[in-house]
Design a protein around this ligand. Structure first.
Ligand SMILES: Cc1cc2nc3c(=O)[nH]c(=O)nc-3n(C[C@H](O)[C@H](O)[C@H](O)COP(=O)(O)O)c2cc1C
Length: 314
């Protein structure tokens, strides 16, 4: 893919390879790891606008940023335009330049509340949310799926509506809500949205290698790519796609991530918190099953590191 900077409203990015919002994963430490390997813009995991309104501390904890974030970006979910706008205007989001609105989350708890991917079936409300949030002065972007059901392709109309409402960038995850995270990515849908749009369009879905990235850009004509699970398996995917000649190996990246996390949370919590991320890191390696089981019963970081040291990261 061609690496280039993008204009998102008044902002200019370093490049067009972004890290997706990933609930339970894209905390400050992981985002920093990805930025160090070249990520252009990184997003917090989705944060509840209502949670902020009701002063939920767990919600607030998701908003920490690192000094490396040149364009801090938060993802917000909700369905009430007023609450979404006041979240954008709140002190909590003061340090963020970009507020991305989640119009893709498939989980029933969110969908049944009329939030996330449910907005794909409520275009008037989706448009209203964006036009209200734009009034806050934040750069508003939208991340959407193709539709709720297969073949529905509501995203084409939604993309036009949110652009007209003032959104500065659209990310399209080329799968529908019913697909969750498997199934083919609909390249044609992303291509159509890109052809209709005046604002940048970022393609997302199924990029696990540099070749996947080239293919996604070639098939869609999108302005950039957002990495999700590919980055969870190996954040070095950023430097590979960006052609950054790095001497760093995967084990060093994994240890760097652990050390960054330990600067924020105590060891006992970190050992448990890291399990799901380490499961991604070791997936596919020789003896990874046994290593995963041992990691899941470890109680100290030194034990975790010892187990990781026994693995061949290639
Ligand atoms: C564990 C997990 C958590 C996710 N959390 C979010 C989220 O908070 N906000 C969001 O817009 N998408 C979320 N997604 C969707 C991803 O951002 C991305 O759109 C999706 O994984 C497709 O990209 P991929 O095929 O490259 O993984 C999540 C996906 C996964 C697997």
């Amino acid at each position: 893919m061609e690496i280039k900077s993008l204009k998102i409203g008044r902002l200019t990015t370093d490049n067009n390879l972004f890290l997706a919002p990933l609930a339970g994963f894209t905390d400050r430490a992981f985002r920093q790891v990805c930025i160090e390997l070249g990520a252009g813009v990184t997003f917090t995991e989705m944060v509840s606008a209502k949670g902020l309104k009701y002063n939920n501390q767990a919600t607030r904890d998701l908003l920490k940023i690192s000094t490396l974030e040149k364009i801090p970006a938060v993802q917000l979910f909700g369905s009430d335009p007023e609450i979404m706008r006041s979240a954008c205007e709140s002190y909590d989001l003061e340090k963020f330049d970009i507020v991305d609105i989640n119009m893709g989350c498939p989980v029933p708890k969110v969908f049944n509340n009329g939030e996330g991917s449910a907005l794909l079936n409520n275009l008037d409300l989706a448009e209203k949310i964006v036009s209200e949030c734009v009034k806050s002065g934040k750069i508003i972007t939208v991340k959407m799926r193709s539709g709720v059901e297969k073949g529905q392709n509501t995203a084409i109309e939604l993309a036009k509506r949110v652009e007209d409402a003032g959104a500065s960038l659209i990310t399209v995850h080329g799968r529908c809500r019913d697909d969750y995270y498997s199934g083919e990515v609909d390249y044609n849908l992303i291509k159509t949205i890109k052809q209709n749009a005046k604002i940048p369009v970022i393609a997302n879905g199924g990029v696990f290698t540099k070749k996947d990235a080239d293919n996604l850009i070639e098939k869609t004509g999108a302005d950039g790519i957002m990495l999700a699970r590919g980055a969870l398996f190996n954040p070095l995917l950023f430097s590979k796609i960006l052609n950054i000649n790095s001497e760093i190996d995967k084990k060093t990246v994994v240890f760097r991530h652990i050390d960054l996390l330990l600067q924020e949370i105590d060891e006992e919590f970190a050992v448990r918190y890291l399990r799901k991320q380490l499961a991604y890191y070791v997936a596919g390696l020789k003896n990874s099953k046994q290593a995963k089981l041992r990691i899941f019963s470890a109680t100290k970081i030194s034990e975790v590191k010892e187990i990781l040291n026994e693995l061949d990261f290639g």
